[in-house]
Design a binder for this molecule. Structure first.
Ligand code: GLP
Length: 239
């Protein structure tokens, strides 16, 4: 996993090219999508390509990585809301083929059904990942066994503090989330990891060059045969 070190703007353009190439080759591709500030530039590029008639999601299917427990889809900090606002409402991906884990029904059956739906769709062709400051992917916090599929996690204090900037106060940040597991992520055929800014430097160095350990969930990516990493100079500072 050799990272491609470019500006965040350049990474967004080049990452969008991967989607264009994939959807040209396989119009009904299954896309694993992510939230957070990291993919926003990429999503803006995808919208621009769509508007320019360069890309279509009309036959594609999507599965998002994660969702906060107890936030309804209408809550402006729910990941479903985020995706609608930043991507889904602006492209031609059919609503019926959009999947985001439910934050309201986190029963064992609903969680298992999420992994089953991914399999039934043929598996994820391209999984997009951001990187938590503590090395998490999706919401797989340090210590999460690699063997887990979609499950509920208790968010760490660090993650809640990192994400508190989007909420009125730390108290309002949910304590739990539903997330694809590491096993789910590792089943994707191709993985695209994006990391920008100095706050990601420790996690990125540990993920790419440290031991493969559940203590750094992203380190599992060293075991995947097809991972592309785009990061900026700041995130690459400790590599
Ligand atoms: C959240 C999400 C992750 C994301 C991470 C980084 O915890 N569950 O999927 O990668 O935040 O967020 P950001 O991109 O805003 O730095």
């Amino acid at each position: 996993m050799k990272p491609i070190v470019v500006s965040a703007e350049e990474a967004a353009v080049r990452a969008a090219e991967l989607y264009r190439a994939l959807l040209r080759r396989k119009p009904d591709a299954v896309l694993g999508l992510a939230t957070g500030s990291t993919p926003l530039g990429l999503y803006a590029q995808l919208v621009a390509l769509y508007r320019a008639g360069e890309i279509s999601f009309a036959q594609a299917t999507s599965f998002n990585l994660d969702e906060y427990v107890d936030l309804p889809p209408t809550h402006d900090q729910s990941y479903r809301y985020f995706m609608e606002k930043n991507l889904f409402s602006q492209i031609d991906l059919p609503q019926a083929r959009i999947h985001v884990p439910s934050g309201l029904d986190v029963s064992e059956a609903a969680l298992a059904a999420y992994d089953e739906a991914i399999e039934a769709a043929g598996g994820i062709d391209l999984q997009l990942l951001g990187l938590g400051g503590n090395g998490h992917i999706g919401f797989n916090e340090p210590g999460t066994p690699f063997a887990l599929g979609t499950h509920v996690v208790a968010l760490t204090e660090r993650t809640r503090r990192d994400n508190a900037r989007f909420f009125a106060s730390l108290d309002e940040v949910p304590t739990h989330a539903a997330t694809m597991g590491v096993r789910t992520v590792m089943h994707a055929r191709v993985i695209l990891l994006l990391a920008f800014g100095r706050a990601k430097a420790e996690a990125l160095a540990a993920a790419l060059t440290g031991p493969v350990t559940p203590d750094v969930p992203a380190s599992v990516l060293q075991l995947h045969p097809d991972v592309t990493v785009f990061c900026d100079k700041e995130a690459a500072a400790l590599l």
